[in-house]
Design a protein around this ligand. Structure first.
Ligand code: DC
Length: 653
């Protein structure tokens, strides 16, 4: 799939059972693999990143078996048995940064000079730094060979006896380096304690807390002095806790909680709550500072929009929740003033340079974004533009930008399957808690009465009303007023793109000029039908028409509402009447207005226009298979309106 088109959403509400936490799943896979005994792992996340880790431990000789929905991991007791291996880590930073130290520890004293483990990933992985971690391992005596660029994967690990008792590692690039060293520490600290010193500021601390917490579940206790020194006493081994249930993913929860805050709510996520060991649950606090109403349970969190209805701007240090912070950058689009996201420099070395990526994509929606080395400032636009979002092979970019639809626009997400990294079912789950802005699409031939029926149905439903034909009529009128030939596609398309059309109650304006009656003339009808065959004109009016889908809903009428402009709507009606009935209605209308009319001329005109509308190459008028037929030849207007209302009600969620 190249892209997924997401429609404007009216609200978000519901309950989501979270997929397993990626951070916990990947740590548990490795710790269980290194432990003494079998571990039954339940509710493990199934995704690209966890598959990377699972395949890696299998390649390193650990037995993994499926037991129903759970995985049984038969731990190797501290040293991987298979040390000639070629491991592909995809784009999983956590996997490579925790596997490397564990493999280095296994290679130490393995006694096989031919042992060699190679690790490589996707091209982006080969741009993600690992030099600080390898420097630390080299202090211990590790033998590491760079296979590409120094400091980056791919790399090869060879046997070397680890000796030192002290290692220092930089904490400011990625906390995963420290996590990797900590998890391997008990394998290294066999006779003497291992001391790990963190140089500089340690970022993303809550992730290190997850590491310490899980190590403890596997029986290893780490002493720490603040966040700068960690000591692992000798003689500790990982021992399986027997069974472990993985919590729901708190980073993934951020999208749904934000949906509740931006789209009314309540949205409840189940699987992570007050008792979670994941730092990203603090995202809910950030939403609360924006005014969202948050409630907590032991293993759930619920979010709804502020009582005032309007989200407040924020200025927050988000170093502790770098992943969920991306969701906040999108939430900032809904705030009442500019927001600042601080201390997020680690975004630069993630799946992509997330500061640059987020800034670029937020701008497409109309936001003004100022980028700094370690922060960004987001000024929301008065109205969000529809946009095509690029995702940079970054699952989180794809997921967080889906939320924009709650603010009205259409959003196309390119390369949507990048969400497979952590949540393959993301878009289906998002669709499950959101309600699109409803559209009743009514297509049909000229003078079938669809305008009258659509306008009345819109009033009854409390929806907006789009008379798309009037846009083509306006192009024809403006074109002939400016002396543009009605087959001059390029000039007419430019005109259509910048058409100063305004719909004010029942009146239609071109600039300041009230043209309500002028566009209904027979000359304009014929002109509209001519300009409507031009693909560039139709293209120019495409987004303009889609933009009417807002608020409570829309009744849109024309020739291609169901087929081209709003193909996703389930409420499609093909409204027609016999050509005689239509000619007669038109005749009565003209006579009532005191205009001259001739029934034979009207018949011929209608037949000609029908032919042009249905035979043209682009968006020809025809009844779609999924549209309900409404033949109004023998009906009153009220009967036709009732039909439309019944259809709309049948599909209301
Ligand atoms: O519905 P109407 O008669 O006002 O439409 C005027 C012309 O515009 C008609 O010839 C068909 C064309 N049209 C179109 O091609 N696509 C639409 N969605 C609406 C109108």
């Amino acid at each position: 799939m190249e892209f997924i088109d997401l429609t404007p959403m009216r609200k978000a509400a519901g309950t989501v059972r979270l997929p397993g936490s990626k951070s916990i799943s990947n740590r548990v896979l490795l710790l269980a693999a290194l432990a003494d005994g079998d571990t039954l792992v339940e509710a493990l996340l199934e995704s690209d990143d966890t598959r990377v880790m699972k395949n890696a431990i299998v390649a390193l000789g650990v037995k993994v078996t499926e037991e129903g929905d759970a995985l049984r991991i038969s731990g190797c007791g501290g040293r991987f048995p298979q040390l000639v291996a070629d491991i592909f880590v995809g784009n999983s930073g956590l996997s490579i940064r925790t596997l490397v130290p564990a493999i280095v520890a296994s290679l130490s004293g393995c006694g096989d000079p031919a042992a060699k483990v190679r690790l490589s990933g996707v091209p982006r992985m080969h741009e993600r730094p690992i030099g600080d971690l390898v420097d630390g391992l080299k202090q211990l005596g590790a033998s590491v060979e760079w296979l590409g660029q120094e400091g980056y994967p791919p790399l090869a690990l060879k046997p070397a006896l680890l000796g030192a008792e002290r290692v220092s590692v930089r904490g400011s690039v990625s906390s995963q380096f420290l996590t990797g060293l900590l998890q391997a520490a008990p394998l290294v600290a066999r006779d003497k304690a291992l001391v790990i010193d963190v140089e500089g500021e340690l970022i993303s601390r809550p992730y290190v807390e997850i590491t310490l917490n899980l190590m403890e579940r596997f029986g290893v206790v780490v002493q720490r002095e603040g966040w700068s020194r960690f000591i692992v006493q000798p003689g500790q081994r990982y021992v399986s806790p027997g069974r472990i249930v993985v919590e729901g993913d708190a980073s993934t929860a951020s999208y749904f909680l934000a949906a509740g805050a931006l789209g009314g709510g309540p949205v409840r996520v189940v699987g992570a709550g007050r008792r979670s060991i994941q730092g990203d649950v603090k995202f809910a606090d950030a939403l609360a500072t924006m005014g969202a109403q948050i409630s907590w349970g032991d293993d759930w969190i619920e979010a709804r929009a502020p009582a005032s209805g309007k989200l407040k701007a924020f200025d927050l240090d988000l170093n502790h929740i770098p992943d969920a912070a991306m969701t906040l950058a999108v939430a900032a689009l809904f705030a009442d003033a500019p927001s600042i996201l601080r201390n997020i420099g680690s975004w630069r070395v993630k799946e992509t340079d997330r500061i640059a990526a987020m800034a670029t994509e937020l701008r497409k929606l109309g936001a003004v974004v100022e980028e700094f080395p370690e922060s960004i400032k987001v000024t929301p636009p008065a109205r969000l533009n529809s946009a095509v979002i690029d995702t940079y092979e970054d699952h989180r970019v794809a997921m967080c930008f889906s939320l924009v639809t709650l603010g009205g626009p259409y959003v196309r997400i390119n390369d949507p399957q990048c969400v497979n990294k952590t949540f393959p079912e993301y878009f289906a789950t998002f669709a499950g808690i959101t309600t699109p802005v409803p559209v009743v699409a009514i297509d049909g031939p000229s003078a079938s009465g669809k305008g009258t029926v659509a306008a009345r149905a819109a009033a009854v439903l409390g929806f907006g009303y789009l008379d798309s034909g009037s846009l083509y009529r306006l192009v024809a009128l403006a074109g002939s007023r400016q002396g543009i030939a009605l087959d001059d596609e390029a000039r007419l398309a430019a005109l259509a793109a910048a058409l100063p059309a305004r719909f004010d109650d029942e009146r239609i304006f071109l600039g300041e000029d009230d043209v309500t009656d002028a566009i209904r003339s027979e000359e304009c009808s014929v002109g509209a039908s001519r300009v409507a065959v031009l693909p560039a004109v139709r293209e120019a009016l495409f987004w303009r028409q889609r933009a009417y889908r807002q608020g409570c809903g829309l009744v849109a009428e024309g020739r291609d509402m169901g087929s081209v402009i709003f193909p996703d709507t389930p409420v499609k009606i093909f409204l027609t009447a016999s050509v005689d009935a239509r000619a007669e209605r038109r005749y009565k209308q003209l006579i009532d207005k005191g205009m001259a009319a001739n029934i034979d001329d009207l018949l011929k005109d209608l037949r000609d226009r029908d032919a042009r509308d249905s035979q043209r190459a682009v968006a020809p008028l025809k009844q779609r298979e999924d549209a309900a037929l409404l033949d109004t030849s023998g009906m009153t207007i009220q009967q036709a309106v009732d039909f439309v209302i019944r259809r709309a009600a049948a599909f209301a969620k």
